[in-house]
Design a protein around this ligand. Structure first.
Ligand code: GTP
Ligand code: MG
Length: 205
């Protein structure tokens, strides 16, 4: 998919204030610092479109971007960020849950996972919950440039083995690097394919 246009629309804490739910929407979620905002910039080819930081907790609101005047890309706050107060953490939880369960045009969630780490309980629990809530999702492994290709391959394979202990059918997965652009075409092609299914009314079949 060619990215002709990528524009920032709005930042919100309330679902009701989000842009009208008239287009297919893809949301990036995952632990703080996993690379959600960086991936958004890499996919759109617009460095600096979403704000990134080496300090966890940079993104704290629901950010909507409009791509090619056709679909929305959403940058969400990270979960499992410990340096905010307990009540603020609960609020993130509530905001993200409300968004995930009630955003009617939410087409697919991308759960971002650091490709250097073995499966973490918080991520597995989060994906379990998406499954229970019936929210379609894919897994995107990030920061693949930080280690040798073979190591990434091993860790991803072992991650998928862990997932297959609880999931009958594994979600699709992608391996990416915001640094090198690895995985850009596969992720954008996947989104283009789902957009076509939404347009022809065959999504989810
Ligand atoms: P929060 O908004 O705090 O939840 O974080 P985030 O998930 O949006 O992460 P962000 O994109 O801000 O990236 C966190 C840090 O990881 C930054 O220092 C990025 O430069 C770095 N980073 C992100 N993706 C990659 C990658 O693919 N490769 C490398 N080497 N660094 C990356
Ligand atoms: Mg961010």
């Amino acid at each position: 998919m060619l990215i002709k246009e990528a524009v920032f629309l709005s930042s919100n804490t309330q679902l009701a204030a989000c842009p009208p739910p008239t287009r297919p929407e893809y949301a990036f979620i995952g632990r703080s610092n996993v690379g959600k905002s960086s991936l958004l910039n890499m996919l759109t080819g617009r460095a600096g479109l979403a704000k990134t930081s080496s300090t966890p907790g940079k993104t704290q609101v629901i950010n909507h971007f409009l791509i090619n005047d056709e679909w929305y890309l959403v940058d969400l706050p990270g979960y499992g960020y410990a340096r905010v107060s307990k009540s603020a953490r609960a609020d993130f939880g509530k905001m993200i849950s409300a968004y995930l369960t009630r955003r009617e045009n939410l087409t697919c969630v991308a759960v971002l996972l650091d490709s250097r780490h073995s499966p973490q309980a918080v991520d597995l629990a989060f994906m379990e919950r998406l499954g229970q809530d019936g929210v379609p999702f894919v897994m995107i492994f990030t920061k693949a440039d930080k280690q040798a290709h073979g190591r990434t391959h091993e860790l991803v394979a072992s991650y998928l083995r862990t997932m297959s202990e609880t999931w009958d059918e594994l979600p699709r997965h992608f391996v990416t690097s915001a640094e090198t652009g690895l995985g850009r075409e596969p992720v954008l092609d996947f989104i283009a394919e789902v957009n076509r299914q939404v347009a022809t009314g065959t999504a989810g079949t």
